[in-house]
Design a protein around this ligand. Structure first.
Ligand SMILES: Cc1cc2nc3c(=O)[nH]c(=O)nc-3n(C[C@H](O)[C@H](O)[C@H](O)COP(=O)(O)O)c2cc1C
Length: 365
């Protein structure tokens, strides 16, 4: 049994390997009648693509998306309308260098998926890691761009909030700053700190972990399917499925362990418009697995890139102990490019729950 599909009504299957001719996704269950252009998808792919600054991998992938099915092209030559049938999106791989991986074809990079793929499948695509390569996440980002169209009034935004021990100052948070720097950093004062720190890490051939925050605003109250498909549960699963993610939290998350009931519970009042209003959002927009209508806030932690230039101890396929140094082009901090991937997983999960909710209650328009 293989698992390359997520979602129930908005179902995304990703396919392809990093060193094959192409990769992509099939989105099944996207409602008919949604208009989009390739530019709408490309915008998000461009935010994820490698080679955009010295702080990410220097692979040069154009990541140009093509649409193969599920749409009716319009007379203007740029607009597609979804037909409700499977939408297939393809991105060609143009900058593979399999020779970068020759030496490690039989050796296990500590911290990577080499050993476990071999244990499970008896063989592995060592040229960049095959399906374990984050190249696969380009397909998710493409699917996420379509998911955004399902609920166009919802905004999905993400930001990098921590690299190594350096956290942003939340008092300086400015969403407009996020696209002004190479880190998706919302705190302009932290940018030079991260620059200097990552330069050090990069020059040392090392890597470092990070924390990303993703926020969905405008999500209607009522989405989520207790008790085994709670909205927070499925957001966590989607984020945890991203390569290198080792932790996910919603709202106050692990910090809620330090709070009292008075501090943590989001008090309620009736707003001037006569509608319920929350005075805070420690819950991160979800109670009982159902959206409250407040912003949905999730954070995820990514580990340091395992492919580093420093020599590490490992073993090979034959059970021999080896000293291993990973050459090739790698991200010194995968957290940077994980920002648009996190947004995409959040968008896909919320679109899926919106469509499921229509089936379950028929209440939301
Ligand atoms: C955007 C992004 C880029 C990544 N780039 C690299 C990389 O250049 N080298 C590497 O060893 N791992 C990289 N990773 C992480 C690996 O794909 C991941 O660690 C590996 O598949 C093992 O899975 P796990 O860390 O989830 O256990 C990247 C992850 C993301 C999200």
């Amino acid at each position: 049994m293989s698992h390359n599909t997520f979602g129930h009504m908005f179902r995304v299957t990703t396919w392809g390997e990093s060193h094959g001719p192409a990769l992509g996704c099939v989105v099944d269950g996207c409602p008919p009648g949604i208009a989009f252009t390739l530019e709408d998808i490309q915008t998000f792919l461009d935010r994820r693509k490698p080679g955009q600054s010295r702080f990410v991998t220097q692979r040069r992938e154009a990541d140009e998306v093509k649409v193969l099915s599920g749409v009716l092209p319009q007379d203007d030559g740029v607009t597609f309308i979804t037909t409700g049938t499977p939408i297939s999106l393809m991105i060609e791989n143009t900058d593979q260098r399999s020779k970068d991986y020759g030496e490690i074809s039989r050796q296990y990079r500590p911290g990577h998926a080499d050993y476990t793929y071999d244990v499970k499948y008896g063989l592995r695509d060592y040229r960049g890691g095959g399906r374990s390569s984050a190249r696969e996440t380009a397909a998710r980002v493409a699917a996420g761009a379509l998911a955004r169209k399902v609920l166009p009034d919802v905004s999905y935004r993400g930001a990098l909030v921590q690299i190594g021990k350096h956290r942003v100052n939340r008092a300086n948070w400015n969403w407009n700053e996020v696209d002004n720097n190479a880190f998706f950093c919302p705190d302009a004062e932290m940018v030079p700190v991260w620059e200097a720190y990552l330069d050090e890490i990069r020059k040392a051939g090392s890597s470092v972990g990070a924390v990303i925050e993703v926020v969905a605003e405008g999500v209607p109250a009522g989405l989520g399917a207790p008790i085994y498909a709670k909205l927070d549960q499925e957001i966590a699963a989607g984020l945890m499925s991203i390569n290198a993610v080792k932790g996910v939290e919603i709202g106050e998350g692990f910090n809620s362990a330090e709070l009292t009931g008075e501090e943590n519970a989001d008090e309620m009042r009736i707003g001037n418009d006569g509608r319920p209003r929350f005075l805070s959002n420690h819950a991160g927009g979800i109670l009982g697995g159902i959206s409250t209508g407040e912003p949905i806030v999730a954070r995820f932690a990514v580990k340091p890139t395992s492919s580093i230039l420093t020599t590490r101890q490992s073993i090979d396929r034959d059970g021999k102990e080896v000293e291993l140094r990973t050459k090739g082009r790698h991200d010194p901090c995968v957290g940077i490019r994980a920002v648009p991937i996190g947004e995409a997983m959040l968008a896909c999960t919320i679109a899926d729950h919106y469509l499921r909710d229509r089936g379950q209650t028929g209440r939301l328009g």
